[in-house]
Design a binder for this molecule. Structure first.
Ligand code: SF4
Length: 442
């Protein structure tokens, strides 16, 4: 169990020097107990105290790294609005070693081209899970090496047979795959294999009590690079397990569950599978192993993940500079909007659809939408006038027409006075831009 602030305080140097950023050792102990400070901020902690306080200062869910650049866990809150989620759920697509060679190659190709651009950010699938469904160690080794040769994505090697896992893992150890699965029956061989190859291993047990026992036994082998699998493949039970694990790790600082968690989808129909995976992304899978690799199925899941793993205090923003859509010229229309990515890219998409090359100037509103920015005084005429001057738009077009969002029609008079431009009130929503352009610009 986690230490209390007073228990931590007893181990601190009690110099009250303030070098840790808070005025007293007691305040530092309280911050440490609530996970708001790091122990190494105090330069005077002795080695003995450090060892004693290690569990109090460790993050509630350990960060586990594997593969190319996958990081699981290291989360500190239950709800995104409490602070933020740091490591987006790693998405892996299953490749069975029971497939033919040609089907394995085709699947890997399909996974490799799963790339998306959304609101200015680029996404691709994170990894491939090679599953030993054939029960044949040689086949598992061959398919694992085929997949590794066909993609540089992170790998998960899944077999309940330690010999099969060893055959596939040893040649690929440099790729640092995640491996599994260690159970009550095979955990010694599995954990020792993972330890010898310095890779993380999945511990699987049916239910939380059994998982607790397994974690304690596995830790006793002197290794702590674990990912947990609470066993059930039924969505409702999986959701309950994922929620209990996260609550126990974060709220109770229950150390045996202070590891990331993997979930597996079970629905055979792709759309149901994506709905199931969406639930696991929201609560609280660190990694999900999926069956579908169709772009139309993966995109909505990635969109949900992007929305949940955006820092709510730092909305995604575009650079507040003059953007060109198409082959602009001196007659191109000129739109003004905000630099909130969702707003900007909605406007940009509709402007592009008008097929009239245009300029768009997103004003720096700290990534807020038009009405929010206006209400907060961040989309005011003087600010827009300054941004227009800094953008050099006056030298790029010979007309003096400026299109503003319909929601802020109220600023048109003052903006016109400040800029000397004719302010044209555009549609309220970006979806109205095409009909606006047809009636006003063509
Ligand atoms: Fe105490 Fe260390 Fe902070 Fe100084 S730096 S106040 S000794 S906890």
């Amino acid at each position: 169990m986690a230490l209390t602030g007073l228990e931590i305080y007893k181990q601190l140097p009690k110099k009250n020097c303030g070098e840790c950023g808070v005025p007293t050792c007691l305040a530092f102990a309280m911050a440490l107990a609530s996970g708001k400070a790091a122990l190494d901020t105090c330069p005077y902690v002795t080695a003995a105290a450090k060892e004693a306080l290690d569990s109090a200062s460790a993050p509630p869910i350990k960060a586990i790294k594997f593969g190319k650049d996958s990081v699981l866990g290291d989360e500190n809150v239950l709800f995104r609005h409490d602070k933020t989620f740091y490591h987006p759920t790693t998405l892996l697509i299953r490749v069975s070693d029971a497939l033919s060679d040609a089907d394995v190659e085709a699947k890997v190709q399909e996974i490799n081209i799963l790339e998306f651009d959304r609101v200015g950010l680029h996404y691709s699938i994170d990894g491939v899970a090679v599953v030993n469904e054939s029960g044949d160690a040689a086949r598992f080794e061959k398919v694992a090496s085929m997949v590794a040769a066909g993609t540089d994505k992170s790998l998960l090697l899944l077999s309940s047979n330690p010999e099969a896992l060893k055959a596939a893992l040893v040649p690929l150890a440099a790729r640092k795959p995640l491996v599994g699965e260690a159970t009550a029956e095979n955990y010694e061989a599995m954990v020792n294999l993972a330890k010898e190859n310095s890779v993380p291993v999945i511990l699987k047990a049916d239910g939380l009590d059994a998982l607790n026992d397994l974690v304690e036994k596995a830790q006793a082998l002197g290794y702590k690079e674990f990912v947990l699998d609470p066993g059930s493949r039924k969505p409702v039970e999986t959701l309950a397990n994922l929620t209990h694990l996260r609550r126990l790790a974060i709220k109770k600082k229950f150390r045996p569950f202070g590891y990331p968690v993997v979930a597996y989808t079970s629905h055979p129909e792709p759309l149901d599978e994506i709905l199931e995976a969406s639930v696991y992304v929201a609560k609280y899978a660190s990694a999900i192993v999926l069956n579908t690799s169709a772009k139309a199925h993966i995109l909505p899941l990635m969109t949900l993940r992007q929305n949940l793993y955006t820092d709510p205090q730092k909305p995604i923003q575009v650079e507040p500079k003059l953007h060109s859509v198409g082959e602009v010229n001196e007659n191109s229309p000129f739109y003004v909007t905000t630099n909130f990515s969702l707003t900007y890219y909605s406007v940009e998409g509709e402007v592009e659809a008008t097929k009239i090359p245009s300029y768009i100037l997103p004003i720096d509103t700290d990534g807020t939408s038009v009405l929010t920015a206006y209400a907060a005084g961040k989309f005011e005429p003087d600010k827009i006038a300054q941004a227009m001057e800094a953008s050099g738009i006056a030298d790029k077009v010979k007309h003096r027409n400026l299109i503003i969002p319909g929601y802020v029609a109220v600023i048109s008079g003052k903006l016109g006075e400040l800029t000397g431009w004719k302010v044209v009130v555009g549609p309220r929503e970006s979806s109205g831009i095409i009909s606006f352009a047809k009636s006003q610009l063509m």
